[in-house]
Design a binder for this molecule. Structure first.
Ligand code: NAD
Length: 426
C-alpha cells in the first residue's frame, strides 16, 4: 500500500507540485523564466508510476534474494496452521504455516450520504489515477490525507474547499500547528470550514453539490473523501478461528503483536493503534522476533508524526494541552523567519516549538512546521526516545546554516537564552 498507493506516489506528486510552485516564485530567487511555468499532470503521473514500478520491482528482487516465496491472490486463514490463497484464475493453494502474520492494512472509510463512486466522489487512491485534474475539489476531512492533498491540489491551481467536523485542521496535532497550517491554506486560497459536517453530496453531470450542516451548499467538480480508514479484516477466516477484535473493528493484539491465538500475529494498520507505514515496519520486526522464539515488545516511544503539507508538519511526544495536564511545562519557540537558512531557501513560514518539563527539564514534545520539518524532527525524536533534557538538546553544536538550527534555538529560548530572539521582558 505504502509503495503502490500511499506514501511514495503521493510524495512524488507533492514534490512535483512543490517544484511547480517554486518555479512560479522564480523571480524571488533572481531568476527570470522565458515563459510562465505550466504543469503536465499526465507527465507527473508517468514519473510517479516509474518510481512506484522501480520500488515495487525492487521488493520482488529482495523477496528472491532472501528466499521468500510470494503467492499472488486473496489469502484467508483456513485453520490455525493454514493459509489458503485464491489466485485470480480461481485456483487455490493451501499453505501450512507454523506462524501466521496478518498485515492486511486498511482502506478509505466513507460517511453516510457520501457514496464513493470512483468518479465524482473519490478517495486518495482514485486521485492517483486521474486523467485530468478537476478545476475544483471539495475535500471532506482535514486530517493527514485531506491536508496533504489540499496543499498539493491548491499548489496545482485547483480551487479547493475543505470541510472538517472538528474545530481545526489537523486536529490530531498541536493547536499551534493547526493555526499555522490553516493560515498557509488560506494563503493558497483554500476555503476551510471547520466544525462543519456534510449532510449529503449529490453527484450531477458537471460535478457535485454538497450540502453542509446549516444548509450552505458547495459546488465542486469532485469530492475527495478523507475521513479515516476501515480495517481489512473481512472474509479472512478470522471469525471462524476465533481471532478477537477491538471495538473499532481492528484486530486485537498484545504488545508482542500476538492475537489471542498463539501462533497468529497482526501488525500495522489492521491493529488499529497507529496507522503509519513506519510503525507497521516496527510491528513486523516485533512479530517476527516473537515468532522465532524471542521475547520482543513494541516500543513506540518517540515515534514522530510527519505530514507532507507545504510547509511540512512534524511532531513527536506530547501536545501542549496534554503536557500541561500532566506536568508543569516550559515552552521554547523559534520562528523560521528569524533563521538565515530559511531565508536562503525562501521558505520562512513556520516555527519550532519545544515543550519541556519545568522541574526535570525533560523534553516532552516537539512540534515543527516548516521546510524540511519531516527530516529535522528526528533529532527531537531521538531526544524523547532517550529521555534527554532540553538543555542536552540545546547544547549540541548544530551545523550552520541549516534549518535544524531552529531546534537548538527553540531549546535555548525555552531557557530564555536564545541570542537570536529579542530578550523577553521579565
Ligand atoms: P485522519 O484520521 O488523519 O483524518 C480524518 C479527518 O476527517 C479527521 O480530522 C476527522 O475529524 C475528519 N472527519 C471524519 N468524519 C468527518 C465528517 N463526516 N465530516 C467532516 N470531517 C470528518 O484520516 P485520513 O486523513 O483519512 O488518513 C488516514 C490515516 O492514514 C491516518 O491515520 C494517517 O495518519 C495515515 N496517513 C499518514 C500519512 C503520513 O504519515 N504522512 C499520510 C497519509 C495518511
Amino acid at each position: 500500500m505504502c509503495l503502490n498507493r500511499g506514501c511514495i506516489p503521493s510524495k512524488a506528486l507533492i514534490a512535483s507540485a512543490a517544484e511547480y510552485k517554486r518555479m512560479k516564485e522564480a523571480e524571488q530567487f533572481g531568476l527570470k523564466l522565458a515563459t510562465p511555468p505550466i504543469y503536465d499532470w499526465l507527465a507527473m503521473r508517468t514519473r510517479n508510476d516509474k518510481i512506484v514500478k522501480m520500488l515495487t520491482g525492487g521488493i520482488g528482487q529482495l523477496f528472491k534474494s532472501h528466499g521468500v516465496d510470494h503467492y499472488q491472490g486473496y489469502g484467508h486463514v483456513s485453520g490455525k496452521d493454514y493459509v489458503t490463497v485464491v489466485a485470480e484464475d480461481g485456483s487455490e493453494t493451501k499453505l501450512k504455516a507454523r506462524n501466521i502474520i496478518i498485515a492486511t492494512g486498511s482502506r478509505a472509510a466513507s460517511i453516510p450520504g457520501v457514496a464513493i463512486d470512483g468518479h465524482r466522489i473519490v478517495t486518495s487512491d482514485h486521485l492517483l489515477e486521474l486523467e485530468n485534474l478537476p478545476a475544483s475539489m471539495l475535500i471532506i476531512g482535514a486530517g493527514v490525507i485531506g491536508c496533504e492533498w489540499a496543499f498539493m491540489l491548491a499548489m496545482l491551481d485547483v480551487k479547493v474547499t475543505v470541510v472538517e467536523m472538528l474545530d481545526r485542521a489537523l486536529p490530531m496535532e498541536d493547536v499551534s500547528t493547526s493555526k499555522q497550517i490553516e493560515r498557509e491554506l488560506k494563503k493558497l486560497k483554500v476555503d476551510v470550514h471547520t466544525k462543519t459536517r456534510i449532510n449529503q453530496v449529490t453527484p450531477g453531470p458537471q460535478g457535485v453539490t454538497a450540502e453542509l450542516a446549516g444548509g450552505k451548499k458547495v459546488e465542486a467538480n469532485q469530492v475527495l473523501v478523507a475521513v479515516g480508514r476501515r480495517f481489512n479484516v473481512e472474509e479472512m477466516g478470522l471469525e471462524e478461528i476465533g481471532v478477537k477484535m477491538n471495538k473499532n473493528g481492528s484486530i486485537k493484539t498484545n504488545q508482542s503483536m500476538k492475537t489471542n491465538i498463539d501462533n497468529i500475529y497482526a501488525i500495522g494498520d489492521v491493529r488499529g493503534e497507529i496507522l503509519l507505514a513506519y510503525t507497521a515496519v516496527h510491528d513486523g520486526t516485533v512479530a517476527v522476533d516473537n515468532a522465532l522464539g524471542e521475547k520482543a515488545k513494541k516500543n513506540y516511544l518517540g515515534v514522530p508524526s510527519v505530514i507532507f503539507t507545504h510547509p511540512e508538519v512534524a511532531s513527536v511526544g506530547m501536545r501542549e494541552e496534554e503536557a500541561a495536564e500532566k506536568h508543569s511545562i516550559a515552552i521554547g519557540k523559534f520562528p523560521l523567519r528569524t533563521l538565515g537558512k530559511a531565508h536562503a531557501e525562501n521558505e520562512i513560514a513556520g516555527e519550532v516549538k519545544l515543550i519541556g518539563d519545568k522541574k526535570t527539564d525533560k523534553l516532552l514534545g516537539a512540534h515543527i512546521v516548516g521546510v524540511h520539518a519531516t527530516e529535522i524532527i528526528h533529532t527531537c525524536a531521538l531526544a524523547i526516545n532517550q529521555g534527554m533534557t532540553v538543555k542536552q538538546l540545546g547544547s549540541l553544536i548544530f551545523g550552520h546554516p541549516v534549518i535544524s538550527e531552529s531546534i537548538m534555538e527553540a531549546a535555548h529560548d525555552l531557557h530564555g537564552m536564545s541570542v537570536h530572539l529579542a530578550r523577553k521582558r521579565k
